[in-house]
Write a protein that binds this ligand. Structure first.
Ligand SMILES: Cc1cc2nc3c(=O)[nH]c(=O)nc-3n(C[C@H](O)[C@H](O)[C@H](O)COP(=O)(O)OP(=O)(O)OC[C@H]3O[C@@H](n4cnc5c(N)ncnc54)[C@H](O)[C@@H]3O)c2cc1C
Length: 475
C-alpha cells in the first residue's frame, strides 16, 4: 500500500487496460509507480462480476478481444503465466438473417468466402489481398498518427478504409450475407454506417478475425485485468483502490501523472494546472453514442433458428445491411431505434466456468443516443427472439446497465459512451487534442482510450503515453 508521504516516479489515475498498460511500461523501465483506482475493483472496462444469480459470471463491459491479440504490447507481456487463457469459438462471428440463413466469419478466408454465395470470389480476392499485408497495415494504424513508411502500400488499405462502410459493402459485394456481415462488424464503431472512415473499423476487425480470431478469456474479461495487475505487482508496482481522484493535491508527490480518464474528467481534476485554454480544448472533445446493455442468466443455450450461430461466441443481430444502417443513423440523429442493431456474446457455450452445468450466460448491447434514459430491454430481447424463437422462455434472471448505470460503474463511460469520445474523422487520429498523450503541463499525460489508437482492450494508448513520459520528464 502507498503512503501519501512517499514519492513515486509516476502515478497512474485509473486501472483500466490502458492505465495498467502505462503502469507496466513504466515499471518495466525501472520507474516506481502507483495506480489509483476509483472503484473497489481494478480493471476498468475489462471486469467480470456475478450480476445475476449465484454461479453465473458475467462480463461487466468488454467480452470479446480481437484487439488484445493484435496488440504488440500485450503480446510482449507474459500474461499466460499470470493465468490468462484464450478460448476460440469454432466460428468468430455469426450474423443470422431473416429466413434462416446466416453469414459466418471464420478464421479461414477461404472457408468464410465459401459461405458467401456469389460474393465468395470477391471476398476471397479483396479480403485475402488485404490480409496478406495486414501485419504492415496494423503497424501503421494501431499507433499514433505519423507519416507512413510505405505510403503506396498503405494506400491499398487506407483509401478504401476512408469510405463509409455502407458504400464499401455495396461496391465490393452483391448480396446480403456478405454486405450484412461487413456492416455488422463496421457497426462496432458506434458511428452511422454512412460516415466516412467506418470501413476502417469494419476492415480492421474483419482482418483481425482472420488473423487472430475474436477470442474470449477463460473465466471472463476480468482475467485480462487480473493478469495485467499481477504482472504489474511482480514488477514492484502498487495499487490503491476505492479512491476517486478529484484533484492533484490528493496524490503523493510524483514526477509524472498519467490519467486513464476521459478529457472532461481530466479538465475537472487538473483544470488549475492545465490552464483555461487547454481545459477548454479538452471539454470540446465530443462524446460518442451511448450503449444500453443487458446480461442474462439462461436455463439453456439460445435456440438459434440457424444452428451454425451456436458455433460463434459473437453474434450480430440486425438483419440486412440497410436495416442496420437505418438503425445506426437513427441513433446518430439523437433518437432510439425501434429495431436496434444488437451485439451479443454467448461465452458459456465455450467456457464452462461462466455458468452452472446446463445453464448459460449471454451479454448484449445496442447503441443509443449519449445519455439516453430509454429502456431498451424489450427491443433488444425482441431482436434475439427474432432469430431465436423461444429465447425469452429461457431467461432465469437479467441485469440491466443503462447509460447512467454504466457511468456509475466507470466514470469514463460518460453518458454510456464506450469509445472514449468521438471516433468520427479526424477525432479518430487527433484525440483528444493535437498533443495526443501530452497536455499543456509537462508532467501531466492522458493515457485512456480518448487517445490514439482509441477504444478496445489492447493497452496501446497506455503504452504510447508511458513512452512519451519516459522520453521526457521520466528520462
Ligand atoms: C459495455 C462495453 C462493452 C465493451 N466491449 C468491448 C469488447 O468486447 N472488446 C473490446 O476490446 N473492448 C470493449 N469495450 C471497450 C473497452 O472496455 C475500452 O475501450 C477499454 O476498457 C478502455 O480502457 P481504458 O483503460 O482507456 O479505460 P477504462 O477501461 O474505462 O478504465 C478507466 C478506469 O479509470 C477509473 N477512473 C475513472 N476516473 C477516475 C478517477 N477520477 N480516479 C480514479 N480512477 C478513475 C475507472 O474507474 C476505470 O477503472 C467495451 C466497453 C463497454 C463499456
Amino acid at each position: 500500500m502507498s503512503s501519501p508521504a512517499r514519492r513515486y516516479d509516476a502515478i497512474v489515475v485509473g486501472s483500466g487496460p490502458n492505465g495498467l498498460a502505462a503502469a507496466i511500461t513504466l515499471a518495466r523501465a525501472g520507474r516506481s509507480v502507483c495506480v489509483y483506482e476509483a472503484q473497489p475493483e481494478p480493471g476498468g472496462g475489462a471486469r467480470s462480476a456475478n450480476l445475476t444469480l449465484p454461479g453465473f459470471t458475467h462480463d461487466l463491459f468488454s467480452a470479446v478481444h480481437p484487439l488484445a491479440l493484435e496488440s504488440a504490447f500485450f503480446q510482449s507481456l507474459p500474461l499466460e503465466g499470470y493465468g490468462l487463457e484464450w478460448i476460440h469459438s469454432p466460428v468468430e462471428v455469426a450474423h443470422p438473417l431473416e429466413g434462416g440463413g446466416a453469414a459466418l466469419l471464420r478464421r479461414s478466408v477461404d472457408e468464410t468466402a465459401a459461405g458467401l454465395g456469389r460474393d465468395g470470389p470477391a471476398y476471397r480476392r479483396r479480403i485475402g489481398a488485404l490480409l496478406a499485408d495486414w501485419t504492415y497495415f496494423k503497424s501503421e494504424f494501431l499507433r499514433p498518427v505519423r507519416l507512413p513508411r510505405h505510403p503506396l502500400r498503405l494506400a491499398r488499405f487506407g483509401l478504401p478504409a476512408l469510405l463509409p462502410a455502407r458504400l464499401f459493402g455495396r461496391l465490393v459485394f452483391r448480396e446480403e450475407p456478405a454486405r450484412a456481415l461487413f456492416a455488422g462488424i463496421a457497426a462496432h464503431s458506434s458511428l452511422p454506417l454512412d460516415a466516412p472512415g467506418t470501413t476502417a473499423f469494419g476492415l480492421m476487425l474483419l482482418l483481425a478475425g482472420h488473423n487472430v480470431g475474436w477470442p474470449l478469456p477463460r473465466g471472463g474479461a476480468g482475467a485480462i485485468s487480473q493478469a495485467l495487475l499481477l504482472y504489474f505487482q511482480s514488477l514492484g508496482g502498487e495499487l490503491v483502490t476505492a479512491t476517486p481522484v478529484e484533484n492533484l493535491a490528493q496524490l503523493p508527490s510524483a514526477r509524472a501523472v498519467l490519467f486513464d480518464v476521459g478529457p472532461g474528467q481530466l479538465a475537472r481534476i487538473a483544470g488549475v494546472e492545465l490552464g483555461p485554454s487547454f481545459t477548454a480544448r479538452l471539454r470540446r472533445f465530443p462524446r460518442a453514442a451511448g450503449v444500453f446493455k443487458l446480461d442474462w442468466a439462461l436455463r439453456g443455450p439460445i435456440p438459434w433458428t440457424n444452428p451454425h450461430v451456436a458455433q460463434a461466441a459473437t453474434v450480430h443481430l440486425g438483419g440486412t445491411a440497410g436495416e442496420m444502417a437505418a438503425s445506426e443513423r437513427t441513433v446518430a440523429q439523437g433518437k432510439t431505434s425501434e429495431r436496434p442493431f444488437v451485439l451479443l456474446v454467448q461465452p458459456s457455450l465455450f467456457d464452462a466456468t461462466r455458468a452452472p452445468a446446463g445453464n448459460h450466460t449471454a451479454w448484449a448491447y445496442c447503441h443509443v443516443p449519449n445519455g439516453s434514459t430509454v429502456d431498451m430491454t424489450a427491443r433488444i430481447e425482441a431482436q434475439v427472439e427474432r432469430f431465436a424463437p423461444g429465447f425469452r422462455d429461457l431467461i432465469l434472471a437479467r441485469h440491466v446497465l443503462s447509460p447512467a448505470g454504466l457511468e456509475q460503474r466507470n466514470a469514463n463511460l460518460v453518458g454510456g459512451d464506450i469509445s472514449g469520445g468521438s471516433v468520427f474523422l479526424p477525432h479518430l487520429f487527433l484525440r483528444p487534442t493535437a498533443r495526443l498523450y501530452r497536455t499543456s503541463h509537462a508532467k501531466l499525460f492522458i493515457c485512456s482510450s480518448s487517445t490514439p489508437p482509441g477504444s478496445g482492450v489492447h493497452g496501446l494508448c497506455g503504452y504510447y503515453a508511458a513512452n512519451e513520459a519516459l522520453a521526457t520528464v521520466l528520462k
